[in-house]
Design a protein around this ligand. Structure first.
Ligand code: CAA
Length: 379
């Protein structure tokens, strides 16, 4: 068993670490406070190849492995989880789905610009009444021969207004249940497609989350990914990889907060010495470090399994469940270690604490991850 990263993986991780410090850190508080999408930073991430990390170079991707993706997600998320969720959705849900299941024409037309970061994508599964119960789709894609007629509403869509390409899950044959669902590639300027107002969120406030409305949108048949009725499986398969990305995001939020708490504890003097030398604080730091390492190993194991072509359903859910719980606990403790300073924006940990919460909700709540793990171990 090897625990050593390759030289390439270390180089990619270091590039992401530098980028986070030099490009994401300045302005991160302002973007959070004013809900500003990190457009300039996302453009640069695209130029660096971080938006199509695992895509074949033939389609403008970087041709890297999932382990490298986890390393990048951790580094970016230490500083700015609003930027890293854009990276995660574009890589895991949109590019992966198109690369794995798209036609040659779909890859040429949509994957290439997405992988190059020229445009970004969105994954549209959730609805006002379909969150955890993902097969209960009310959005309909009526088969009209050479096209589908798309009607309905999607909720909580990451990259809702900044995306140009949307993978929309919709029901075509309600009588077939989850086997009647399709996934369609929708372009932003298709008539009948409108974007609702931006959600005012607790965390990841720089990322743009919107409802989307489809009113008799004509989507050509060639924009369907996979066979008729493949949409639900498509969503489940892409979400498995997505869960590794969000697990790595949670890991980064936790390790970012831990690094700040560690530094603060070494510098802050109370009772005549650095608070890090007080057992109340040093034990907390020890627990934080241990839990983060456990989460990191689960993330890397899930990524490694995926890279080896082995099943990773259970590993991805375990990584996401563990890392998101660690993110929540560690960020709360990081605020506690900072005392009053932790409660103000300049010290960053309060933002990381708010950002941590979403990792227990999106791409499947903690309850859904437990359900997936239980199904896998009981089958
Ligand atoms: N891989 C392949 N096929 C799968 C699968 C998987 N991982 N999971 C289920 N399926 C298949 C099943 O095998 C079944 O097909 P067969 O009948 O041919 O066997 C079919 O799909 C239906 O499966 P289930 O009966 O198990 O489906 P279910 O309705 O019980 O739901 C669930 C299962 C795991 C709860 C699923 O609904 C789920 O994952 N819910 C959570 C949804 C989610 O994660 N949403 C996140 C939104 S996206 C997002 O958050 C992005 C963002 O903004 C950052």
């Amino acid at each position: 068993m090897m625990f050593e990263l390759t030289e390439e993986q270390k180089m990619v991780r270091d590039a992401a670490r530098d980028f986070a410090q030099t490009e994401l850190k300045p302005g991160v508080i302002d973007r959070d406070e004013n809900q500003l999408f990190p457009a300039e930073q996302i453009k640069k991430l695209g130029e660096l190849g971080f938006l199509g990390m695992m895509v074949d170079p033939q389609y403008n991707g970087s041709g890297l492995d999932t382990v490298s993706y986890v390393l990048v997600m951790e580094e970016l998320s230490k500083i700015d989880a609003s930027a890293s969720v854009v990276v995660s959705v574009n890589n895991s849900l949109v590019c992966y789905g198109l690369q794995t299941y798209g036609t040659a024409e779909q890859k040429e037309k949509y994957l290439k610009p997405l992988a190059a970061g020229e445009v970004i994508g969105a994954f549209c599964l959730s609805e006002p009444e379909a969150g955890s119960d993902a097969s209960s789709q009310h959005t309909t894609a009526e088969d009209k021969g050479d096209h589908y007629l798309l009607n309905g509403t999607k909720n909580w869509i990451t990259n809702g207004s900044s995306a140009s390409v949307y993978l929309v899950i919709a029901q075509t044959h309600p009588e077939r249940g989850s086997k009647g669902i399709n996934v369609l590639i929708v372009e932003k300027d298709m008539p009948g497609f409108t974007i609702g107002p931006k959600e005012n969120k607790m965390g990841i406030r720089g990322s743009d989350t919107h409802s989307l409305h489809f009113d008799n949108v004509i989507v050509p048949k060639e924009n369907r990914i996979g066979d008729d009725g493949f949409g639900f499986k498509f969503a489940m398969k892409t979400l498995e990889g997505g869960r590794i990305g969000i697990a790595a995001q949670a890991l980064g939020i936790a390790s970012g907060a831990y690094e700040l708490a560690l530094q603060y504890a070494k510098e802050r003097i109370a009772f005549g010495k650095p608070i890090a030398s007080l057992q109340a604080i040093s034990f907390k730091l020890a627990d934080m470090a241990m839990e983060i390492e456990a989460a990191r190993l689960l993330c890397l194991k899930a990524a490694w399994l995926k890279d080896q072509g082995q099943p990773y359903t259970e590993a991805a859910s375990m990584a996401k469940l563990k890392a998101s719980e660690v993110a929540m606990k560690v960020t709360v403790d990081a605020v506690q270690i900072h005392g009053g300073y932790g409660y103000v924006k300049e010290y960053h940990v309060e933002r990381l604490m708010r950002d941590a919460k979403i990792t227990q909700i999106y791409e499947g709540t903690s309850e859904i991850q437990r359900l997936v793990i239980a199904r896998e171990i009981l089958k």
